[in-house]
Ligand binder design. Structure first.
Ligand SMILES: [Zn+2]
Length: 424
């Protein structure tokens, strides 16, 4: 009996570790105009997708929570980077919203919590959603960045990698870690996606990829660690300078902010409006067709493919602009050269995707898939049972090497559980 127990334990340790990395705003084609030896090497050693499609709206907290839960945004409920209260008019920006537990703990469990419930050890560094408590539980090993954190500092990036690989994976033997970097999003916003500053930052990302893989090698983890690298959205150039007809809501005939109880505009290419009682039709009719590059929907009429209509937090009127345009309230106040948040069909909104490790094929390029499917892939790699989600392993399983064993392929049942049943 004792030897059988030992057998079960050693078979369960066949599960490989998993590191999920997000480089915020890393567009699918950012490696095309930059020398990226480490990203190229990763593609040769592993899998590269042509691009991936994020959930709509294509902004940071919502799309990261889709990676962590496998749910579309209308189902997980983290509908915006900003938390807001339509009664008190209170708004919290991205950073402060990270600490509003009720905003995140809203029916969908992120993968860390499910992993911990199933006996795995999980960690997260700076990943959106890390600070929150879910059903009374937080990710047990975590680091949340301070308020005025410099998201671009390469020295800090390396210290964070040393911590995740050297301490969390190597010393503390964690099974899963999510790791977030705030670039190249910031340079993309400030200088635009076609700028030399963006290209320099992609070189920094590439050096970082080399550093991560080298650290894993030094700690003997290469054969036991799967690495998935992706992003939350892409970036596109904002059109302005008198060359375009900017979207300014207050200038649209028949529209008045006086008809609104609450609004969320001046936040890139999307907006949401709560009209005052009895004013929905007035506001809707004024804005619909009010600008050739502005899309106006009642929330229940949003295109189904965007999966952004069902959640009660969504306001009755949803606005989004064509690529290159941002939505201004009273006058243009937004000066970013690059923006995201647009329709997820827009090619510039698509992130990159790479994966390498013992469970992934080598030198394989695959077609596009939606990032909503990454969750099912991660649960499969970690041999854990997923929560209810909107994704499927069917979209990514061709990236995996067939496992040796009875069925000769990845089976749904964790191997150690199958063994335990047969041992009993
Ligand atoms: Zn982002």
């Amino acid at each position: 009996i004792k030897s059988a127990v030992v057998c079960v334990l050693s078979d369960s340790s066949a599960r490989n570790k998993l590191l999920l990395i997000s480089f915020d705003g890393f567009r699918w084609d950012y490696d095309r105009d930059v020398h990226t030896p480490h990203l190229d090497a990763m593609a040769v050693d592993g899998v590269k997708a042509q691009y991936v499609t994020p959930a709509f709206i294509t902004i940071t907290s919502p799309t990261h929570f889709t990676l962590l839960t496998g749910r579309y945004i209308e189902n997980h409920g983290v509908i915006h980077n900003m938390w807001f209260n339509t009664t008190t008019q209170e708004k919290k920006q991205y950073y402060q919203s990270q600490f509003v537990d009720s905003y995140w703990d809203n029916g969908s469990l992120p993968i860390w919590i499910t992993a911990q419930r199933q006996g795995l050890k999980a960690g997260s560094l700076h990943f959106p959603g890390t600070a929150a408590t879910y059903r009374g539980e937080t990710v047990e090993v975590k680091e949340v960045e301070p308020l005025f954190y410099d998201y671009s500092n390469e020295t800090d990036w390396r210290l964070n990698i040393d911590k995740v690989i050297g301490e969390w994976f190597h010393q503390q033997d964690l099974d899963f870690v999510s790791l977030y970097f705030g670039e190249p999003d910031l340079v993309g916003h400030r200088y635009g996606p076609d700028s030399p500053e963006r290209r320099e930052m992609v070189e920094q990302v590439d050096r970082t990829v080399g550093y991560i893989r080298e650290k894993a090698r030094q700690h003997g983890l290469t054969d036991r660690l799967n690495i998935i690298m992706t992003a939350d959205h892409g970036m596109t150039t904002v059109l302005r300078g008198g060359l375009v007809n900017e979207i300014i809501l207050s200038e649209i005939p028949g529209f008045s902010f006086k008809d609104l109880q609450f609004h969320l505009v001046d936040y890139g290419p999307t907006g949401m409006l709560l009209p005052k009682e009895g004013k929905l039709e007035t506001v809707y009719q004024a804005l619909k067709g009010g600008h050739p590059h502005l899309h106006v929907y009642k929330k229940e009429e949003m295109p189904e493919r965007l999966h952004y209509s069902k959640h009660p937090r969504l306001l009755p009127i949803i606005l989004f602009a064509d690529p290159g345009y941002v939505i201004n309230g009273f006058f243009p106040l937004q000066f970013n050269k690059g923006e995201h948040g647009f329709d997820n069909q827009v090619l510039d909104m698509k992130p990159f995707f790479r994966a390498v490790g013992p469970d992934f094929q080598k030198n394989l390029e695959v077609g596009p898939f939606e990032t909503v499917h990454v969750y099912a892939l991660m649960c499969h790699l970690l041999e854990m049972s997923p929560e209810v989600n909107d994704g499927s392993l069917d979209y990514t399983k061709h990236m995996l090497v067939p496992r040796s064993g009875a069925e000769g392929s990845h089976s749904k049942e964790p191997f150690h559980l199958q063994f335990r049943v047969s041992a009993a």
